[in-house]
Design a protein around this ligand. Sequence first.
Ligand SMILES: Nc1ncnc2c1ncn2[C@@H]1O[C@H](COP(=O)(O)OP(=O)(O)OP(=O)(O)O)[C@@H](O)[C@H]1O
Length: 359
Amino acid sequence: MAKITLEKLRHSYMADPKGPEDYALKEIDLDWENGGAYALLGPSGCGKSTLLNIISGLLYPTEGRILFDGNDVTQLPPDKRNIAQVFQFPVIYDTMTVYDNLAFPLRNRGVDEGHVKARVEEIAAMLEVTEMLSVRAAHLTADNKQKISMGRGLVRDDVNVIMFDEPLTVIDPHLKWKLRSKLKELHQRVRVTMIYVTHDQTEALTFADQVVVMQEGEVVQIGTPVELFERPAHTFVGHFIGSPGMNVLPAEVRDGAAFFAGQRIVLEGTISAGSGRHEIGVRPEFVALSEAGVPATVRKVMDLGRHSVVEAVAGDARISAVVEGAAPGQGDTVHLSFKPEQTRLYRDGWIASEKGRAA
Ligand SMILES: Nc1ncnc2c1ncn2[C@@H]1O[C@H](COP(=O)(O)OP(=O)(O)OP(=O)(O)O)[C@@H](O)[C@H]1O
């Protein structure tokens, strides 16, 4: 196991990159602590696979360094980095039994058969595949093949990091939640550093202690699932995480106060110095229907059983609110109030209100 440090990492697929737009990874400085459960989350094309391939050694970065426990591994090939990888599609040998598939990474490194047996049986029990050990892999379902593929990633206890690249893509939806929680449980038992790459927020938030959110080749926030939900550092994180995502409303700032639709909006704290394009960010969970507040017209109501999501329009802006109990009807005029300690200001996308007493 190792702490992994990415230092001023940049990568371009072009021979002669010029501006930032030519870089698939802009500039990344990041520490992955020893034994952590991380998710790397972001939309398609944001650079997740590029970053993963740089850590595993399949790709050498254009600039910057990768350190494992302080040792520079930037130029080392994959087989010298001691990393286990689980891919989107199962990587197993169809002609071998499940037992031999799980044993393979250990036998390959000359581990003695006694230890191989103990380890294979332990991993098989964790993954609940013990009864399949003597079955040939060719006879397994796609789900079980991927489980064995994960087992092959988990079986060695001497790796620096295990990387999972969208490992649940081929898994049946009803089994996904089960494997997700299994993986979390496995991490708690084996405590190897794990990096789980996904574009699915549910997968990221259920697996990881720390989520690294990427957008367009940059890391926009690193935080616990609660931190990402409660205080997105960037409007992108607010949009991307949560369902529906955070409301992002055009704002005007004057005399140290923020205004939306002509009304003063109380924020979580004071506004940091600076100028730029301002927006107010507030999650639908913290928007309430009230007597006073921003007047809006209800456009749509979605009844989700325990609560409703009310979508209203104020000026050109759409605002969603999560409403418990009786919901208004389409076309009704309502007033919306925002919970001050959960209402933030953003400047050019980045958070610009300070945590403190609502102001
Ligand atoms: N081999 C390549 N040659 C040129 N450009 C590439 C190559 N691989 C990726 N890119 C570009 O680099 C950017 C980042 O791609 P990358 O595959 O790392 O993103 P991703 O977040 O993993 O996306 P996905 O989830 O779709 O795999 C994209 O703009 C992509 O088009």
